[in-house]
Design a protein around this ligand. Structure first.
Ligand code: ADP
Ligand code: MG
Length: 396
């Protein structure tokens, strides 16, 4: 039983008991004593204060608390080996939901790999995700707390855009041919893969591409011309003067996405770019042949602003909170929807109120340990959009 308990504990109550009883802990204590002799007093204090899992490069504390922290940390991640990993495969059924909420984990990028960032996200099955969150006990020993989340689908780092498309956007296509409104959001921290995921291929009739930045709307297919939003007596919302271009094949669509993305990011750097503070809305319209002013169906693909900003992003937060409420209300009849709270929800109004409306949100996750907190925020948000529930992982 002791061997089992030397695995990482899962819930707080278990944690204390397990650690108290575990032989491994005694071993660790012994080694810690030996290492204490070797380490200088000052160095030890410094590494303890810093905590290897917080900001600083954690390699810098390797020498002093190697066994106590790193060894146990890796022991923690070895936990993965004990898991039965069964990722989504293309044979898995495509489910039919009014609201689909899924999560996608990107691979560690070169920079994270060079920094030897530890991957703390595990996707054990087609609809589950585990965050191995580093924690400190009061005596400063480190352990991992495993939190389990469940979604409609979980895409791991080896999942292709084609595969994500198959389970997310593709099932929505039939909705627009049936005269409905389909919407797909890419949600998550800047750099987690939203734009990458929205770059898939689609093929229909006409398309537009605009950006919402600081509550203002800009046309990405017309030199970022500033556009006005008008709402008529029937609460139909219009983006006045928005460029709409007829597309006849996949290539046309991809070229428009490329053109708009270039306009969106021109003259900006990665981390602090406007594009991380703006929502990009790419829309594909089906119009009836005999009345071009009437929309038959509409597909909105939305690359949301990064959700990591605090007070700086009051406008972003406002729109993301309103968005959550509007999506949640999709499943409930007669709910009051806070459309006008943000430009984003205002321009999407028709896609929430239609009797034939469907939506999908893909929450994007950075795998690195330094993104852990953002990842948990993202997962909790996605969790509330559609409460499928999760909780502490049961080990053994
Ligand atoms: P965001 O739009 O959320 O800020 P990006 O889509 O720009 O993030 O992704 C950041 C970087 O990570 C890009 O260089 C992108 O190509 C890469 N990336 C994102 N997701 C994946 C993935 N699933 N597989 C491979 N590379 C990815
Ligand atoms: Mg982006």
């Amino acid at each position: 039983n002791d061997t089992k308990e030397s695995n990482i504990p899962t819930s707080r109550t278990n944690t204390v008991q397990n650690l108290r009883r575990s032989n491994v802990v005694k071993e660790v204590e012994k080694l810690k004593k030996e290492q204490r002799r070797a380490a200088t007093e000052a160095g030890r204090r410094k590494s303890r204060e810093r905590g290897i899992f917080t900001n600083g490069p954690w390699k810098s504390t390797l020498g002093i608390i190697k066994y106590d922290t790193n060894h146990r940390f890796f022991r923690g991640l070895e936990y993965r080996r004990g898991l039965d990993i069964k990722p989504l495969s293309e044979h898995d059924a495509i489910e039919d939901h009014l609201i689909t909420v899924c999560v996608r984990k990107r691979p560690l990028n070169k920079r994270e790999a060079t920094r030897k960032e530890v991957d703390v996200i595990t996707i054990p099955s087609k609809n589950q995700l585990i965050v191995h969150e580093p924690k400190n006990k009061v005596d400063l020993t480190k352990y991992l707390e495993n939190q389990l989340f469940r979604f409609d689908y979980a895409f791991d780092e080896s999942c292709s855009n084609e595969m994500v498309y198959r389970y997310t956007a593709q099932p929505l296509i039939k909705t627009i041919f049936e005269g409905g409104f389909a919407t797909c959001f890419a949600y998550g921290q800047t750099g987690s893969g939203k734009t990458h995921t929205m770059g898939g291929d689609f093929n229909v009739v006409s398309a537009s591409f605009f950006e919402i930045y600081s509550g203002k709307v800009f046309d990405l297919l017309n030199n970022k011309a500033k556009l006005r939003i008008l709402e008529d007596g029937k609460q139909q919302v219009q983006v006045v003067g928005l460029t709409e271009i007829v597309v006849t094949n996949t290539d046309d669509v991809l070229k428009l996405i490329q053109k708009g993305n270039q306009a969106r990011t021109s003259g900006q750097t990665f981390a602090n770019s406007n594009s991380s503070r703006s929502h990009a809305v790419f829309q594909i319209f089906l119009r009836s042949n005999n009345n071009m002013t009437k929309i038959h169906g509409k597909f909105s693909l939305i690359d949301l602003a990064g959700n990591e900003r605090g007070m700086e992003g009051a406008e972003i937060n406002k729109s993301l909170l309103a968005l959550k409420e509007c999506i949640r209300a999709l499943g409930r009849k007669g709910a009051h929807l806070p459309f006008r709270v943000s430009k984003l929800t205002q321009v999407l109004r028709d896609s929430f109120v239609g009797s034939n409306s469907r939506t999908c949100m893909i929450a994007m996750i950075s795998p690195g340990v330094n993104s852990c907190e953002h990842s948990l925020n993202t997962l909790r948000y996605a969790d509330r959009v559609k409460e499928l529930g999760g909780g502490d992982l049961q080990t053994n």
